[in-house]
Design a binder for this molecule. Structure first.
Ligand SMILES: [Zn+2]
Length: 305
């Protein structure tokens, strides 16, 4: 993968709250109603990273919060410098730019609906969100209450160290998965799925898996079309994406499958407890999005997976 050094990095699409402290991790962890995946936040890239890294599930769903915003001044300067593409945060900003550029075109084209942009919040350790307080242990997530993607960029190191998911392309895959949840929010898929979960609590996990696999498939659709995305001046964001990059994304999808994580944590593998899908399913749906390049092909809700 090669990014285009001439593409403008639009830091307006992120909210840098790393300097603010964010009230991180101070709260007593309060479990969400009905368990981790079904409360205020959706779109955790993985279910139980927390079990591996030993962090608390620090999300207090009672708390409104989320209105604060960070200070992008330092990030802006950094991402305008000549060596911007050497910086993890600037590269991730550019990935966000590419993902949103894709959906700005694809959502009206394929679903007849306007895309509403969503910022990605960079935080460290802890953050107040519209879905409550969260700490880094939960991994990247999307909050439908404030329409924002949240990530502590040190997550990628955890992903590599704890799960062996290495390679740069894991990063845009993770972000594209979270933006997949934003798209589900815009399309009403997420709300519809919550209502179904309430009507039929016994199928709550199975429905969660469908939502997560669809987000993986949307990430694949972005990956297929990413080399076509451009900044506001029409400069291409990627110079190239290789087969090796796609293999890295698929490898990551495999390593964050619910069964893979259970095995890593030495826990029994119980498919009824899956909330994100097995390694095989995650690989399969990312690949479906990638090979078709069409988010309409990502219908995980009708029929069997
Ligand atoms: Zn997710």
């Amino acid at each position: 993968m090669e990014l285009n050094e001439n593409a403008r990095i639009d830091t307006g699409q992120v909210d840098d709250r790393r300097g603010s402290g964010g009230g991180g991790g101070a709260g007593i962890p309060i479990p969400l109603p009905g368990g981790g995946g079904r409360g205020g936040i959706v779109g955790l890239i993985i279910a139980v990273l927390v079990a591996l890294v030993g962090g608390g599930f620090g999300l207090n769903a009672m708390n409104g919060g989320g209105a604060e915003s960070g200070d992008n001044t330092a990030l802006e300067q950094k991402c305008e410098a000549d060596d911007a593409l050497k910086q993890l945060d600037c590269r991730n900003t550019l990935y966000v730019n590419s993902i949103q550029a894709y959906w700005r075109t694809a959502l009206p084209e394929r679903f007849g609906q306007q895309y509403q942009p969503s910022k990605t919040v960079f935080f460290s350790q802890g953050v107040n969100t519209g879905c409550g307080q969260a700490d880094s242990g939960v991994g990247p997530f999307y909050c439908p209450a404030d329409d924002l993607v949240y990530i502590d960029l040190t997550f990628y190191q955890t992903l590599a160290d704890q799960l062996g998911a290495e390679g740069e392309f894991a990063q845009p895959y993770v972000l594209a998965h979270e933006y997949g949840h934003h798209v589900q929010d815009l399309l009403g898929t997420e709300a519809q799925m919550r209502r179904q979960q309430q009507r039929d609590p016994g199928s709550a996990n199975a429905l969660s898996v469908k939502l997560e696999l669809q987000a993986d498939c949307y990430a694949g659709a972005w990956a297929k079309n990413a080399t076509g995305t451009a900044d506001e001046q029409g400069q291409k964001i990627f110079k190239s994406i290789t087969e090796q990059d796609i293999a890295q994304a698929i490898d990551t999808a495999e390593k964050i499958g619910d069964d893979a994580i259970s095995k890593r944590a030495d826990r029994p593998v119980n498919p009824e407890e899956f909330t994100h899908g097995s390694s095989e399913q995650r690989k399969q749906w990312f690949t479906k999005g990638y090979t078709t390049g069409d988010p309409k092909a990502c219908d995980t809700f009708s029929g069997s997976l």
